[in-house]
Design a protein around this ligand. Structure first.
Ligand code: PGA
Length: 247
């Protein structure tokens, strides 16, 4: 089955670095059969689009505001993303939730607006270490899905992607084992069922993914792809994960 290999650059790579990255990556795609998706910072999206030319690499934004336009200093809108043919947007990344205080009501509005405009939200969920230790993982994920995905138009595997990123694994070097990831992602599918949502929505795993563990994670049946931070920043390391089938 085709997987999604996504790179979340966070606050890294301005327009010039973005151009050299894309040039290097384009030369390494031979034989890649999965969907490759990159989330550059907003200011580098135009450079990325230009550098990609006719390459099949997909682009996503890391953040967006749900209003169409107006007095929202510092924000970018969905029509602006569409002008650059940006097909995806992260929503609810743990850094947006925890550093920038984005709450479920705001995230829900963003998901809704993206769906209405035909840009695919990549909706991130994940428990913190204290939640896991208190065995509250299931409840936390259930709450995030219930509130984040409430009152939306019908969801299907082509209009939304989910990303499970345990907060304790993001940027810490601690990855969930492939077995842990598989188990929790199976639980997420059961939560989807209880919420009367399709169980086959694509779910990415994220949190300290690197070339050494990408293949084992992608080998799990509930893992439809990866959302990679640190290890996506160098073209060689990202390319190694794109080539996981050959490892
Ligand atoms: P990481 O980040 O791979 O550096 O842990 C993943 C993410 O935050 O999406």
């Amino acid at each position: 089955m085709t997987k999604i290999i996504a790179g979340n650059w966070k606050m890294n790579h301005g327009p010039e670095e973005t151009k050299s990255f894309m040039k290097a990556l384009r030369g390494q795609l031979e034989g890649a059969s999965d969907r490759i998706l990159i989330f550059p910072p907003a200011i580098s999206l135009a450079a990325a689009r230009e550098a990609l030319g006719d390459s099949p690499i997909l682009l996503g934004a890391q953040n967006v505001y749900y209003e169409q336009k107006g007095a929202f200093t510092g924000e970018i809108s969905i029509p602006m993303l569409k002008e650059l043919s940006i097909g995806f947007c992260l929503v609810g990344h743990s850094e947006r939730r925890h550093i920038f205080g984005e709450d479920s009501a705001l995230l829900n509005k963003k998901v809704k607006a993206l769906l209405e405009e035909g840009v695919i939200p990549v909706f991130c969920i994940g428990e913190q270490l204290a939640d896991r230790e208190a065995q509250h993982t299931f409840a936390v994920l259930e709450e995030q899905l219930k509130t984040g995905l409430a009152g939306l138009p019908p969801l299907n595997k082509d209009n939304i992607v989910l990303a499970y990123e345990p907060v304790w694994a993001i940027g810490t070097g601690k990855t969930a084992t492939p077995e842990d990831a598989e188990e929790t992602m199976g639980q997420i599918r059961r939560i989807l069922k209880t919420l009367s949502l399709p169980m086959d929505l694509p779910i990415l795993y994220g949190g300290s993914v690197k070339p050494e563990n990408a293949g084992a994670l992608l080998g799990k049946s509930h893992v439809d792809g990866l959302l990679i931070g640190n290890a996506s920043l160098a073209p060689e390391s990202f390319a190694a994960m794109i080539k996981w089938r050959k490892e």
